[in-house]
Design a binder for this molecule. Structure first.
Ligand code: PMP
Ligand code: GLN
Length: 455
């Protein structure tokens, strides 16, 4: 007997949905089948930010988890936003779809100077809803069913689901920490890629590699030599590079950030991604950009025009004014891009010292506003913390720490693929882009923790 198309559809849906109980009456099954997620979302439902931001909000703990400043953006940026809201009434309306004209112009000028590349504001710059928006467009526009995307671990978590949602297959390669040793603190720069292992990941199916320097969560700033190894492989295998540079101003100890697009032959194949949220300490403004050759960027514009179409005009105007100031003060002591890392280096050093008082072993970050700390000694002392089945140790530890020690961090296993989570479940990430009063509150919690350890 021929089944009706809808029954056939239901049965095929059920075939890939083990959670649906076959014992249900068919009319109920039809209803449930319609509620099944699109296939491209499979395996992407867990998100560390949703989970740990909720925990941070539910508990009265010092929040050193999610990466956002708890201090104000610079006054010139706030004033620019106020002006944008109260000034020209046309700033309440749509502007150019691919970026507010003054903003794309200033971004082209500013980054053209850094990349030593003449940028056309209309064709080499696209304004997006945060760096997240730029990343999403890159994957949607350029990654196809079955394409492989190389991701360096640890990685900002969204690269993996974004690859999968585009139909691609993530291929991971991990930065290797140096052997553990007592004494001097390790630097994020000591974590290295094995060039031979990296080379072995490139196949004829490789479409792109994602790099993130300075790296979230580790704080590693890739050296020119390291970037050259990656660039050589991209050129050799004709592979694209999605370069997430949202923390480019936040480098310490005389480190230098290098954009991979500035290396020979790389502009043509690289998308360089930035974020006003990170640049001007205003994560809630949710404005980002992507720079690249027109040949690539035109595909991202296609995704943009058929999805969001446009970013908020007033935020774009405020970011334009902020960049205008920074271009004028480029490299000078009054520049925010000079002052912010200076201030953050002090906060980083404060946190590095404080965490050691209870036996945490931080890795000194060369950049970003995060640092990761080794919790191995605690893992040895308290191996069996409560948690859900299969939950990584660092995740259990953070939950225990929030409840019992009043400090929020993020488990580093959230930045690893499922295969590597087990090997990297003994680090947690702390965020130091915080007021000194918040860091003092952290110190109080750590002092109490120290007393508990000595008792
Ligand atoms: N990339 C990295 C490495 C990040 O840490 C973040 C943080 N949010 C983003 C991209 C997204 O930036 P935005 O808030 O501008 O979307
Ligand atoms: N980039 C920030 C972090 O790593 C925020 C991420 C988010 O909220 N999704 O903490």
């Amino acid at each position: 007997m021929l089944k009706s198309p809808s029954v056939l559809m239901v049965l095929s849906q059920l075939g890939r949905r083990s959670e649906v109980k076959l014992a249900r009456p068919l009319h109920q099954m039809v209803k449930m089948a319609k509620q099944v997620q699109a296939r491209r979302l499979e395996g992407t439902d867990k998100n560390p930010w949703v989970e740990f931001v909720k925990l941070a909000n539910e508990n009265e703990a010092v929040n050193l988890g999610q990466g956002f400043p708890d201090f104000a953006p610079p006054e010139f940026s706030r004033e620019a936003f106020r002006q944008a809201v109260s000034g020209d009434i046309m700033l309440n309306q749509y502007t150019r779809a691919f970026g507010h004209p003054p903003l794309v112009k200033i971004l082209a000028q500013f980054f053209g100077k850094l990349l030593e590349q003449e940028l056309d504001p209309l064709n080499n710059v696209l304004v997006t809803v945060g760096a997240y928006g730029a990343l999403f467009y890159a994957f949607q526009a350029l990654v196809d069913e079955g394409d492989e995307v190389i991701i360096i671990e640890p990685y900002f978590d969204c690269y993996e689901p974004m690859t999968k949602m585009a139909g691609g297959r993530p291929v991971f390669v991990a930065l290797q920490p140096p052997p553990a040793h007592d004494g001097q603190l390790m630097s994020s720069g000591d974590w290295k890629l094995d060039p031979a292992e990296l080379a072995s990941k490139f196949t004829p199916r490789t479409k792109a590699i994602v790099i993130n320097s300075p790296n979230n969560p580790l704080g590693k700033v890739f050296s020119r030599e390291e970037l050259e190894v990656i660039a050589n492989l991209c050129r050799k295998h004709d592979v694209l590079c999605f370069s997430d540079e949202v923390y480019q101003w936040l480098v310490y100890d005389e480190q230098k950030h290098i954009s991979i697009a500035s290396l020979p032959g790389m502009w043509e194949r690289t998308l360089t991604i930035g974020s006003a949220g990170k640049t001007f300490s205003a994560t809630g403004w949710k404005l980002g950009w992507v720079l690249g050759p027109d040949r690539l960027l035109k595909h991202l514009r296609t995704v943009h025009q058929n999805s969001l179409y446009h970013c908020p005009t007033q935020a774009q105007e405020a970011v334009f004014s902020s960049f205008e100031r920074e271009l004028r003060l480029f490299g000078q002591p009054d520049s925010y891009f000079v002052q912010l890392p200076k201030a953050l280096q002090k906060k980083r050093d404060h946190m590095l010292n404080s965490l050691q008082t209870i036996g945490l072993k931080p890795i000194v970050p060369q950049g970003t506003y995060f640092l990761i700390a080794d919790i191995s000694t605690f893992k040895k002392k308290m191996p069996h913390l409560p948690g859900s089945e299969g939950e990584a140790y660092d995740s259990r530890f953070v939950k225990w720490m929030i409840k019992n020690k009043g400090l929020v961090a993020i488990p580093v296993s959230a930045f690893y693929s499922s295969e590597q989570k087990k090997c990297f479940d003994h680090y947690i990430r702390f965020c130091f882009v915080k007021n000194d009063s918040t860091l003092d509150a952290m110190d109080d919690k750590l002092q109490q923790w120290k007393k508990d350890l000595e008792a």
